[in-house]
Ligand binder design. Structure first.
Ligand SMILES: [Fe+2]
Length: 299
């Protein structure tokens, strides 16, 4: 009996979270995000992109990186091409090109990042940049196998972690755009798709709840992958993407990220900053919240 009650009130169980909060995240992360949204974020600017992001969990950014992408696109080279059966392959770029590419992107995005910093009330730093290609395959609605996150899920991070996706090509319905469920539709999604986890849901739920990130080369969106369900679409041929991971953290702690030169940001750093985005104990999550709160109150 005791064990059963313990299982039922295991607040850290993602099953519990889906059932009661329509989110497949550790309960303590849901709580952190709730308090962060209530006490930390700043909506005073009334900026439409920021308000959209807050409400829906994603927003198109009104900045086109078309010129920057077009300039470098021919220099992207697929890595490990000999591995024929891969459904996802990463792009490489020469070291100098990496630096130039990122510095141009940073410059163009900087007005938007300022707005985002105002929303979070702290610094928003790039911790990772990665470019890749997803290839077509026949999945026959198979939820067991997964090649490139093509099953609905939330990223198991706090909302201090967010992503910018940049189209490296024009993306139509046929190119497997990223599919997103807005924050507002989370509960409708869980109900309609009878969602349990990424390997257990009904494929034929209400598809009108799905928003597809179609757009032109250079278009970008900001989205909170921990707050919203999402999956990669399967392209008829292939789709090329650039992903930027952003971490929100108080200035005192962001200096370490500033020390990393742009070249290193292509080297899969995110684990180095997981203290701020993916803490592994309840105590750490609570302590982290108070770091943000103290920063807000002192700021
Ligand atoms: Fe994801």
């Amino acid at each position: 009996m005791g064990i059963k009650i313990h299982n039922f009130i295991n607040l850290n169980s993602k099953k519990f979270s889906v059932k009661f909060f329509n989110q497949r995240l550790p309960f303590i992360y849901i709580l952190f995000n709730f308090f962060y949204r209530t006490f930390i974020v700043n909506l005073k600017s009334k900026d439409p992109e920021i308000l959209n992001f807050h409400k829906l969990g994603f927003t198109k950014i009104d900045i086109s990186l078309k010129d920057e992408i077009s300039e470098f696109k021919d220099k992207f080279i697929l890595k490990n091409q000999e591995e024929k059966n891969k459904k996802k392959m990463f792009f490489d770029l020469g070291n100098n090109d990496k630096k130039n590419y990122l510095s141009k992107i940073k410059k163009k995005l900087s007005p938007f990042l300022k707005k985002l910093e105002n929303y979070h009330g702290c610094d928003c730093k790039i911790s990772d940049v990665v470019m890749w290609r997803n290839f077509n395959f026949q999945n026959k609605n198979n939820l067991e196998e997964e090649h490139f996150a093509e099953h609905f899920h939330q990223d198991s991070y706090l909302m201090t972690y967010s992503k910018i996706h940049i189209n490296l090509m024009d993306v139509t319905e046929d190119d497997g755009p990223t599919e997103i469920i807005s924050r507002e539709n989370r509960s409708a999604f869980v109900k309609s798709f009878n969602y349990k986890d990424r390997h257990n849901y009904n494929f034929f739920g209400d598809h009108s709840l799905i928003k597809k990130n179609i757009g032109k080369i250079g278009d970008c969106i900001l989205w909170s992958s921990p707050q919203i369900y999402h999956r990669a679409g399967i392209p008829k041929n292939y789709r090329d993407m650039c992903q930027i991971i952003l971490i929100s953290l108080p200035k005192k702690y962001s200096e370490e990220l500033d020390q990393i030169n742009d070249l290193k940001l292509f080297d899969n750093n995110q684990e180095n900053f997981q203290n701020f985005t993916k803490p592994y104990s309840i105590v750490k999550v609570i302590k982290l919240f108070f770091i943000y709160l103290r920063h807000k109150l002192n700021g």
